[in-house]
Design a protein around this ligand. Structure first.
Ligand SMILES: [Zn+2]
Length: 110
């Protein structure tokens, strides 16, 4: 598994131990991004699994070309009824795609 870190401000890809973005100078230690390649069949299950880990603050689903298809802000309560429309959207993505990338923003312990 490759861990990648992205700047919160400008999205620049940074080395894992970077504390400040080399492009815009923003602090990047508050959270980190991780990416997972999944097959469409595993998409919904993987997203649920990631959300249940509890330290995820945002999920973005991308297709093979890298286009963002769906962004899920993970807030308290998104697991319940609020998550239903996202499940429907994930199902629609899974029906069209063969492989997807899930980008996950995690809160790091301060
Ligand atoms: Zn930046």
């Amino acid at each position: 598994m490759i861990t990648m870190v992205y700047c919160m401000e400008c999205g620049k890809e940074l080395s894992e131990d970077a504390r400040y973005c080399s492009k815009c100078g923003a602090s990047v230690k508050a959270s980190e991004w991780e990416e997972f390649q999944v097959s469409a069949d595993d998409l919904v299950g993987r997203v649920k699994e990631l959300i249940s880990e509890g330290n995820v603050s945002r999920l973005i689903v991308r297709n093979e070309r890298g286009d963002s298809l769906l962004e899920i802000p993970v807030t308290v309560g998104v697991i319940g009824a609020l998550f239903v429309p996202y499940l429907a959207a994930l199902g629609a993505i899974a029906a069209l795609a063969t492989r997807c990338t899930i980008a996950v923003e995690r809160r790091l312990p301060v």
